[in-house]
Design a protein. Structure first.
Length: 247
């Protein structure tokens, strides 16, 4: 009996430097180690039925990666997916799963938007947060926001504005006790791809440094005040609840 599961997983710490090309090999090795009955495609070069809807740029962190796994025989998801999570490299953890019923829409259709997080070091936090807040208001008031994306095959001008659904800058305490500046943005996944690096280019006016970290927080359905996560249906807020995160 074939079973399909959709999972949410993290790509943090050193694993954020694993390329999309190498990612499949990492999951294949993990599945072999725990001896789960993953289904295989047919043909001359069968491969495990593990699909990832959207590649994450190398160096970006994520708590909102998704995948669909097809098993050729029943598994006990609480136990077996936990075993799989334990065998993956540190920083890659399965956090949520959902059994896929027959006739369910494709996973990509459930990931209509992404909540991104841009994090700056704890330097000039009040001034940077104020500046970003003003720039966010200005961007949201514009009809177009063109930036130049530099690529090996030539520069390309793109309009960032249609993809931007919500923006909010805030100061957040770090583990060391200092505060840092955090920008959260909800960007549409449908239409031309707009990355948070493009958003930074639209906001920076060349006087805002590159963030220390880009993180994909979650994916799902955009809602007022944040994003409804695809698998759990929990609302992830645009402005993070510092007290809840600390708890």
């Amino acid at each position: 009996m074939v079973q399909r599961y959709r999972i949410r997983w993290t790509k943090e710490a050193r694993t954020r430097f694993i390329s999309a090309r190498d990612l499949t090999s990492v999951w294949e090795r993990g599945l072999r180690r725990v001896d789960l009955p993953i289904a295989y495609s047919e043909g001359f070069t069968p491969h495990p039925k593990v699909s990832f809807p959207d590649a994450l740029p190398v160096g970006f962190a994520s708590t909102g990666e998704y995948a669909e796994l097809t098993f050729a025989a029943p598994i006990v998801p609480d136990r077996d997916l936990a075993r799989l999570s334990d065998t993956l490299p540190a920083g890659m953890d399965i956090t949520t799963y959902l059994a896929v019923p027959d006739g369910a829409p494709k996973l990509a259709r459930m990931l209509r938007a992404t909540l991104w997080e841009l994090v700056w070091p704890p330097v000039d936090v009040a001034e940077l947060t104020t500046l970003l807040t003003r720039r966010c208001d200005e961007l949201l008031a514009q009809e177009r926001a063109e930036v130049v994306r530099h690529r090996p095959d030539g520069d390309r001008t793109i309009d960032v504005r249609p993809a931007v659904l919500a923006l909010a800058a805030s100061a957040r305490p770090t583990a060391g006790g200092d505060a840092c500046t955090v920008l959260r943005a909800v960007l549409r996944n449908d239409g031309p791809t707009v990355r948070p690096t493009d958003l930074h280019a639209a906001l920076s006016h060349e006087d805002i440094a590159e963030p220390a970290l880009y993180r994909r927080v979650a994916q799902g359905e955009p809602v007022d005040g944040g994003l409804r996560e695809a698998l759990s249906a929990a609302v992830v807020p645009l402005v993070p609840d510092v007290d809840a995160e600390a708890a």
